[in-house]
Design a protein around this ligand. Sequence first.
Ligand code: TRP
Length: 521
Amino acid sequence: MEHAPRGQWKSKVGFIMAASGSAIGLGNIVFFSANAYRFGAGAFYIPYLIALFVMGVPVMMLELGLGHRARRGFPEAMYGVAGIKGEWVGWFCLLNAAVITMYYITILGGVLGMWIGAFGSLWQGHAVPAFGLAEGTLSNSMSYFFNMISRYDTIAYVVIVWFLNGLIVWWGTKSIEKSVKVFVPLMWIFMIVLIVRGLTLPHGTNGLMLLFTPDFEVMKNPVVWQGAFSQIFFTLSLGFGIMATYASYLPKDSDQTSNAFTISFLNCSFEYIAGLAIFSLLFCFAVVPNASTLSMTFFVIPEGLGAFPVGAQLFGILFYTLLLTAGLTSSVSLVEALGAGVIDKFGVGRRPTVIAICLLGLVGSTFFALPKVIDGSLANDGTLGLTLLDLFDHWAFSYGLLLCGLLECIFVGWILGADKLRESINTTSRIQLNRSFDVLIRFVIPAVILTILGFSVWSEVNSGGPYGWNFEFGAHPNLHIVVLAVWIIFTACGAMLLTAAGVYQRKRKRERGSLLDGVEG
Ligand code: TRP
């Protein structure tokens, strides 16, 4: 079958904007600040920077180099590395990323709801009937948020966000490039406005002090290291097959080493200044961000903004617009990566592929938006949707992403040979990679990831999981185990199915080929 011509970025700037737009997302703005606070603020930067240079930048080079070399979707790029097994790994990474995207988009739907609220009702107190709470029991933003998640509105928001995703990838690189050229500069401008506002508030520099005061005691805790390494993977969009896909649309002579440095630098500087903005905003009003990542997004920050002497509403709208644009340029990158994988592999059209992915994704995101209240005491996340989100995040983020990174490094390092990839990267790069790249890919990174995964399993067994292994939900005892099973079936078995379909297609092609030979002969 003839493949339709593949997309190509019109300019290098377009590619850098798209790739950095993918990297800069909710992870940079809210998750980072919440993690940094949880893991000792100033102290978090040290493990974070180590993780960046030991693992982030080399894996970024690996993914960019791989996609650029193959000039195909991620599963086929991995097929080129290690045959059928490689192809399975490619699909596994994409499907695990799809799970993350499903709940990421539900969170973005919530952000859209907050954006709407920022025009008025977010700043007023409400009763929360679904949780049986009278007006005044919760803060304004909390009461708005819990009302939102206990109604079906969130599902409508999720539909809108998926629609926007479909629209942006509809014409492939062309439409992605156009939208990132608007969204990415906008993101930087909004962030700079927020920082200036934060730092010029009375006591606005208090948060900064905390951010620059390392507490070395915290660094003895392995959880901090685990947090830093997972954060680096997530924030740089690694282990998703995204960077490989975006690099596959680059011209043949482009320089992947410098691209890797540029993208990582842009992403981490954005993250860094976002930390400045958020910490200065919150500490100025003594709102302590002692919060999970979700509560940071949905009530800690709006509480800080609500306390602004002037312009709370304006800054609220600005902040949620920033989150929306940052989140959209991230989520579209996965829709494109998954789409490219299917289109390149099976030769199907772009339109039906995009529609199918968005519909499937919408089904998943809807589960995470289910408003059924299961915890009126608000001890956990309150609704079935958010509980599912938490549980899937536990597998797909804390284990899945690192597992994908591990498999990528082992397959490239040991089966293809890290030196082979390095030589291919070096032929078009100004900065030449030396053998330390091979050592990192073959030994250091796998060892680090294995240690973290081993530690995670160990603490899982000891602590009994996020809700305990016998967490009960109504008629479904052990929801935790059900979620684990669904995750494995969707990712591992789904990847097997897609790989098998690929094998079947190759066989058919060969048969048709030999049949034609016979006719012609
Ligand atoms: N890097 C993004 C962030 O920091 C996360 C991300 C990248 C992502 N690509 C994605 C999330 C695709 C969901 C889907 O927020």
